[in-house]
Structure formats: structure tokens, C-alpha cells
Design a protein around this ligand. Structure first.
Ligand SMILES: Cc1cc2nc3c(=O)[nH]c(=O)nc-3n(C[C@H](O)[C@H](O)[C@H](O)COP(=O)(O)O)c2cc1C
Length: 393
């Protein structure tokens, strides 16, 4: 779920510092990009080497590190973080944050970031109940800091009471909910195809189309942000892949067919938004076709990816296609929906959609229900389409 999310884990000098290792390990398993910052006192409890190994990254241990070791400035890190998690948070650190002190890397980062900050306090009960600490926590809550309350039980010092670090599961859940407040696609694998295909004629020429991939990439970005695992099978486009997607780049329709079929069994939802070439040259000419008075090209049909998916579709899988037409839009879209055993088809006119930032579509569902949408930015349309798909799940 946290794939591609930038999580900064700040470790302060408490006895529970070793527990941060489990949190980091689980964040890495969820494919988060984890950067560790340790206070000086934290390094007395656990070595940076442990966290360096777990995060596969240099641990930030000092405000002033030599450039050879340190490529990340506190401001850069503060800006790119999706969340900063202080685990464990000492009484000292909580008080420092409340007072706005910035005398080491971690406290400076806390002041510099606009990302959500989660504080996981862990300390002796008397320290936790101390008025100064309680007042600091109240102040920080009012400033928008999120607290993952400590548990009550036996503490490392032998005392019983509040102050034991919250469980790993509680901390992980809080991180997920903070980074992805709208994770209604959590647990779903969404396979998306995007962009054009290129069918080679000779070593330098190909037949292709004007698809930009913008719709598919917007859908992929939206699905990832809502907690889905997204496999994006993309033809050649000039777009940066959204953070957190598993990108499988292809050129030809046959390559797209292979990648889609290989990933179909593990997918819950397929959204086919690519403009797959229907035909390819019957033979690939070695080298370059020389200039001459004319040239007859023999074309053969490419595999029909959607049709194959429709045949193989299991009961629990949802199949969504696009129909780009220049005329008879609705009739053609309805026929495609039926022929390819789709659950939903998104019909658009070529003039409204190809290589544009906006699109005007009509959604046609399996039960013949129709919904015409106004012109929408592709990012906004991706949201609407994913809402509709979820209502079918
Ligand atoms: C053995 C030992 C255990 C400690 N455990 C805690 C703790 O669990 N929670 C806490 O708030 N402080 C604890 N402290 C005190 C902090 O280490 C101390 O306040 C330190 O200044 C914190 O520095 P930092 O907040 O910059 O990491 C402990 C100190 C020692 C020596």
C-alpha cells in the first residue's frame, strides 16, 4: 500500500528505539521509500548500521555530515516527505518540538516540513504523565501533530502504567491512514494499459497512432493514490510513470498482449485504455526500405487483447474498456461491450480525447445503463471512472 511513499522515520533516544527496526522493516516490505534520521542519544541504543541495512540507505545521524556521506539536505527531505514518523518519541523530543527548538537534524526537519507528523511516545509512566509533557502534547495536537497513544502495561524499567510504545500494527495502520486517507482500493490489483503501440516496418519505421497515454497514466496515478497495486502496461509515451506503479514498457501489440496475459490472473480489475494497433506489417524488413515509386504494404491482424481477456475473465474480475470512435459512437461501444464481455465501456469520440488533456465520455454499463459526463480534465475523469468501477465491485 505504501509503494513509492516517502516516509521519514525519526528515532530518538529511548529504550524502545530497537522497535523502530521492525517498523522500518515493514515499511520496506510495503515498498515505501524510507529515510532514517537518528538523534545522537538514539545512536547509544541502536547503531545506525542496523537501520542502514534495513533501509538500504545512509542513515542521517548529524546536522553536519560530510557531503561524501550526505546527499540529502534537511529542507529537501522535509519537502519530499509524505509523512514524518517519530518512533519512539522521547519526552525530551516532544518538549523540544512543542517549544520549536531546532538544535539537531530531526528537530530542524520537524520545523521545516509540511508533511503530516506522527509521534509515537514511549517513556516511563511518571514522565508520560508529567504536566510539562502533557502540555507539550496538547500544544502539538492543536498544531496538527498526530499522536499514536502509548499502551499501558509493564515498562522496561519495571513500572506498570502508560508509556509503552504502541504496537507495530497500530503504528503501521496510522501511517497508512495518514499517507493514504482515501484508500478505498486497498487490496485490489489493477492492471491498466496505456498509450499507443508501434508496429515496425523496417529497422527505423513503424505504424502507430496519436494516443498520448494521458488517460491511462491518470487512471494509474489515481488508483495508486487510493491504495491499489497498479501494474501499468504502457506503450511508448513521453510521460513520467506515476510514483508507486509497476511499469511494464512495451512497443508492439504482441508485446502488450504477452504482458497483459501474464498479469491477468493476479488482477482484480483491468482497465484497457491503450490504443492497440489492430494491424501490423506482415513481414519486418531488415535494414531500411529503399525509396521507390510506390510500396504495397501487406498487413495482418494483431491479437485482440480485450477479446481474449473477456473470454478468460473469472467471475470476480472486472473488465473495463475504452471505445474511441469517429462515428456511431454509442452503437459501436455497445457492440464492443457485448462482444468482448466487458463490465463497463467508456465511449469517447476520437476528436474529444486523443492527445488531449480533457475528455468527454459516456459510460455504458453491462446492464445497459448509460451515463454521459461533461468535458472533464483527464485527472478528474480518472477519479470518476474509479468511483464507478468501485461501485461495480
Ligand atoms: C537507559 C536509558 C533509557 C531511556 N529511556 C527513555 C525512554 O524510554 N523515553 C524517554 O523519553 N527518555 C528515555 N531516556 C532519556 C533520554 O535518552 C534523554 O532524555 C535524552 O536526552 C533524549 O535525547 P533525544 O530526545 O535527543 O533522543 C533514557 C535514557 C537512558 C540512559
Amino acid at each position: 500500500m505504501l509503494s513509492g511513499k516517502e516516509i521519514v522515520v525519526g528515532i530518538t533516544g529511548g529504550i524502545a528505539a530497537y522497535k523502530a527496526a521492525y517498523i522500518v522493516s515493514r515499511l520496506k516490505k510495503e515498498k515505501a521509500v524510507v529515510t532514517i534520521v537518528m538523534t545522537k542519544m538514539a545512536q547509544e541504543f541502536v547503531t545506525p548500521l542496523t537501520f542502514q541495512s534495513l533501509s538500504a540507505k545512509q542513515v542521517i545521524t548529524d546536522m553536519v555530515m560530510t557531503p561524501k556521506q550526505w546527499e540529502i539536505e534537511h529542507i529537501t527531505l522535509a519537502k519530499k516527505a509524505d509523512a514524518v514518523v517519530i518512533v519512539p518519541a522521547t519526552a525530551n523530543f516532544i518538549n523540544k518540538c512543542a517549544a520549536g527548538i531546532a538544535d539537531d537534524f530531526l528537530s530542524t526537519l520537524v520545523l521545516a516540513t509540511k508533511a503530516p507528523i506522527l509521534i509515537c511516545p514511549a517513556m516511563n509512566t511518571n514522565m508520560y504523565e508529567n504536566r510539562v509533557v502533557q502540555e507539550s502534547m496538547t500544544k502539538l495536537r492543536q498544531r496538527g501533530f498526530l499522536f499514536i497513544e502509548p499502551e499501558t502495561g509493564r515498562l522496561a524499567c519495571g513500572d506498570e502504567g502508560a508509556g509503552r510504545l504502541a504496537s507495530e500494527d497500530k503504528i503501521l495502520t496510522a501511517i497508512r491512514e495518514t499517507v493514504m486517507p482515501n484508500a478505498d482500493y486497498a487490496g485490489q490489483t489493477v492492471l491498466i494499459t496505456a498509450g499507443p503501440t508501434q508496429e515496425p516496418l523496417d529497422e527505423i519505421r513503424y505504424i502507430s497512432n496519436r494516443s498520448s497515454g494521458k488517460m491511462g497514466y491518470a487512471l494509474a496515478r489515481e488508483a495508486v493514490s487510493r491504495g491499489a497495486r497498479v501494474i501499468l502496461v504502457s506503450g511508448p509515451v513521453s510521460l513520467a510513470p506515476p510514483k508507486g506503479v509497476e511499469l511494464l514498457g512495451v512497443k508492439t501489440a504482441r508485446q502488450m498482449y504477452e504482458k497483459v496475459m501474464a498479469n491477468f490472473p493476479s488482477s482484480d480489475i483491468v482497465i484497457a485504455s491503450s490504443a492497440v494497433g489492430d494491424f501490423r506489417p506482415a513481414k519486418l524488413v531488415a535494414g531500411k526500405i529503399k525509396k521507390k515509386a510506390g510500396l504495397n504494404l501487406e498487413l495482418v491482424a494483431n491479437p485482440d487483447i480485450l477479446k481474449e481477456l473477456g473470454k478468460k475473465k473469472k467471475k470476480k474480475q472486472l473488465l473495463v474498456g475504452f471505445a474511441a470512435e469517429s462515428r456511431d459512437l454509442e452503437a459501436n461501444a455497445k457492440a464492443k461491450l457485448k462482444n468482448k464481455n466487458l463490465d463497463l465501456i467508456i465511449a469517447n469520440k476520437i476528436a474529444d480525447s486523443f492527445a488531449k488533456d480533457t475528455n468527454k465520455v459516456t459510460l455504458i454499463f453491462k446492464n445497459s445503463r448509460k451515463e454521459a459526463l461533461p468535458v472533464l480534465a483527464k485527472e478528474k475523469l480518472a477519479k470518476v471512472i474509479l468511483d464507478k468501477i468501485l461501485s461495480l465491485c
